[in-house]
Design a protein around this ligand. Sequence first.
Ligand SMILES: [Zn+2]
Length: 635
Amino acid sequence: MPLPPSRLLRPPAAVAARLARAALGAALVLNPAVAPAQPVRASSPEAILPPELPWSGKSRERVRPASDPWATPAEKSGLLETPRYEETVAWLRRLVAASTTLGMVSLGQSPEGRDLWLVIASKERAFTPEALRAAGKPTLFAQAAIHAGEVDGKDAGLMLLRDLTVGGAKAALLDRANLLFVPIFNVDGHERFSAFTRINQRGPREAGFRTTARNLNLNRDYAKLDAPEMRHLVRALNAWPVDLYYDLHVTDDTDHQYDMTYGHNWPTAWSPAIASWLENRLLPATDADLRAQGHQPGRFVQLVDHEDPAKGLLPWFANPRFSNGWGDARHLPTVLVEAHSLKPYAQRVLAAHVLLESTLRVLGERGWELRRAVREDQERHPSELVLDWKTPEAPQRTVEVKGVAWRTRPSAVSGGPRLEYTGALRTWSAPKFDATVPVASARRPVAYWIPPAWGDVIERLELQGVRGERQAAPRRVEVEMYRVREARLAAQAFEGRVGVSARFESERRVQEFARGAFRVSTDQPLGDLLMLLLEPASPDSFFAWGFFHEVLQPTEYVEAYVMEPMADRMLRDDPKLRAEFEKWSRERGPEAAAARKSDETFLPEPSLRLQWFYERTPYFDERALLYPVGREVAP
Ligand SMILES: [Zn+2]
């Protein structure tokens, strides 16, 4: 799941081009106007993909033969195929019925009416959030198929649930930890099933599609919560006691020897204690277990330049729209798991199986340490919060990459360079960037005030789990508020919304908030997430996603035949204002006036002059361009 390298300072041309492609929602988008209406069937994907690397890992012993009564649907195909939704659910129902330690609940239904199933593996049969919390053991919440062409986690999870129950050899893992498992998160996308949904991927033979039935990418929705599926999931993550959250994917990007990669925000993070535990406790242990089973674990990174791997590697730094950026912001330990798409399906499923088993073991042994780290991050409450990070201009270090050799030659098709991976193993030193440069930051207010008119924002905050108080009566509050300047709408829609960026001027005012206004304190476990959602300069704020477009436009106006005599009177009665106006006119100069005249997006010069006066009358809307969320600060 490639991420636009939005944190590069002065991106090179190739990266800028990639950024533009990424804005279209995919790593590479062929012009749909010239793309064939039907998929090209002349060559199998096998003939097109870079060479398969030989593999014979020990983890292959984990696969049950097709004759086994508890073989999973994928095992019955020799791990070449993945089951459809109905077959997956039927198999899980049979397993749950046969086991004493499994339960199964629906988190809610998708727009097409499919249940989002959660399987609970608990030795105490603690099949409700309350019972599981009371049982007290650490819990791993693993979710598969958020992108429903990336189904490895689903088939690995089915195998693991079997191994934890019905006579499997791994039941002891449930002595010290619980597993919550969502086999298919994007259920509707999963049933858009075809052999042509994943061009960069080596199996299974057919799989689902990346986005939902409404074409929303669930892994861009964690901050804004537009998709019903995401709302069900966030309710579940708030209700159930979750210590560690895994979001299981498959990535393409570069070719390398790693079959399993994973990432979390590091070294910069909104949850530094959690990030340190993930980096220094969890991942070294899962790395060792994967290697012992014949897998090659690595960290999830992306190329600076897709046409030239030698330029180095970008970090995986995620904002709250992404699962692990959201987890970082809300102090929920979260790992983005990315199996490598060029490895065969069986190898990838087995890597996920080893990873899940290893994680359950580590969590059982060290979950208490992780809980301490969570508390530490929840109580940190930094007085200044960095809202976004980017990479510096030069790489900070080099890292050893277990890579695959590549060559570049001119392309007769594209006219640009043509990158080919040869399949030969090559270990090399890559320049590595880290996201360590703050882009924007904000001082922590005591609380935010949200007017009741923005009910959609209040509702989403409550859904996120933020606690606030609805005001039973109107309130006059001294607050800081932002005046929006130079707002620029995005040139394209993204995830169903038109984003906006702007400059913000802070002002202190006494603001009247109507009955029903929502006051939310930042002194709560989700205080950092709250800031990232409400500070408008934050890239995943509700403002940036376009929830506040209404305030970008002044709505009341004045007739020129009214403003002319009023301007006369203002000039006559107020010498200070007259001096200001003359200075303003002088500084604008005739060239500026002429330039504006030819720019039809601006007011013509005479109107602009009258507007200058209108803005200085008490009739002008003093809330024009005012971001309506107030910041209550300490006096
Ligand atoms: Zn993905």
